[in-house]
Design a protein around this ligand. Structure first.
Ligand SMILES: Nc1ncnc2c1ncn2[C@@H]1O[C@H](COP(=O)(O)OP(=O)(O)O)[C@@H](O)[C@H]1O
Ligand SMILES: [Mg+2]
Length: 318
């Protein structure tokens, strides 16, 4: 029987001078699953990934990949993992194909094997036509796909994706999501860090919410959404003078206080879509016209506010 967890970090502590980047964080995932690590900038996501990936030693705690300790056996761990994100290993002066073949050779593949693997990955990632162009000519999206392909040359069992979609437009984000789903279908275990609950919801089997170097909540997306009030209804009355009235209706249905959203809209967390329908019905009965009425997942900022009582200190990402 293999290890119970594809990767496991327990009580990791890491300090940089005065800064405590990790304050006892624990993360784990069973083989073949996706763990979403959700947290704002500075939460310690990258530091935790770097320790799991053997790039950094913890001050305390332990971490293992496929049961192999990352501090004692870093070389063995490196053979098990793929890493992308803030550590692009791609050489700008080489073509896409040359980059992947080089990595294959560094991983001790025979020349023919390395070429075949490169061709296969370039095709999988929609880069076949760009294979013989220098990486420096690639668009941002192509570059990110090349980074992902590079991390897969060694057929990793576990892959670390550190904010793979931050800064991407929604269409490109969907491309990355499709790739992650294909990795999982191939049996790869994924640790995905993100600042978007929506992304963790779409991809992760379990989510660890991190703040100040520790896990402040863990569960499935459904469990977390239950804790943070599931979805959020936003109401923007056509007549701004009726905002308070709209907020009162929304709050009465939700059984929770409504919060302002900008100057002329109000939001309230709801447990299910039925509450949304009821709010729509009551607004209509009150003759209250709206210019916007929507149901969406909470932003990271709202999740944090519910879990911790404080904001992330960052603007809500679109
Ligand atoms: N090499 C470093 N030297 C000093 N401080 C660092 C270093 N790396 C990270 N930090 C600090 O540790 C904290 C966690 O950073 P990081 O792990 O990058 O968070 P995240 O990836 O969630 O944004 C931050 O306060 C950051 O400034
Ligand atoms: Mg980071």
């Amino acid at each position: 029987m293999g290890p119970m967890y594809a990767f496991e970090a327990e009580g990791l502590v890491k300090r940089f001078g005065e800064t405590t980047a990790l304050n006892g964080i624990s993360l784990s995932a069973p083989p073949g699953t996706v763990l979403g690590v959700l947290g704002p900038n500075g939460a310690g996501k990258t530091t935790a990934v770097r320790i799991l990936a053997t790039l950094l030693r913890p001050d305390a705690g332990r971490a293992a990949v496929a049961g192999v300790d990352v501090v004692r056996h870093p070389a063995r761990v490196r053979r098990l993992i793929g890493l992308t994100g803030q550590y692009a290993s791609v050489d700008e002066d080489l073509t896409g194909a040359e980059n992947l073949v080089l990595i294959g050779r560094l991983l001790d593949l025979r020349s023919g094997e390395a070429k075949a693997r490169a061709a296969r990955l370039l095709a999988d990632f929609g880069l076949a036509e760009a294979a013989d162009r220098r990486a420096s000519t690639y668009s941002g999206g192509m570059r990110r796909r090349l980074d992902l392909a590079a991390s897969l040359v060694g057929r990793p069992e576990v892959i670390f994706l550190d904010e793979p979609t931050t800064g991407l437009d929604p269409a490109k984000r969907e491309d990355v999501w499709a790739i992650v789903r294909r990795l999982v279908a191939d049996g790869v275990t994924v640790l995905l860090t993100t600042q978007y609950l929506e992304e963790a919801d779409a991809l992760a089997d379990a989510i660890s919410v991190v703040d100040h170097g520790r896990v402040i909540a863990h569960g499935t997306a459904a469990e977390l959404k239950r804790v943070v009030g599931g979805q959020t209804v936003l109401v923007r009355p056509a007549d701004p003078a009726r905002l308070a009235e709209a907020a009162a209706i929304a709050a009465a249905v939700a059984g929770r206080p409504a919060e302002p959203a900008g100057r002329d809209a109000t939001t309230v967390p709801v447990d299910d879509a039925a509450a949304f329908t009821e709010i729509v019905r009551r607004l209509d009965a009150a003759g209250l016209a709206v210019t916007e009425l929507s149901l969406r997942l909470p932003s990271l900022d709202e999740v944090f506010f519910t879990l911790t009582g404080h904001r992330t200190g960052q603007e809500r990402a679109a």
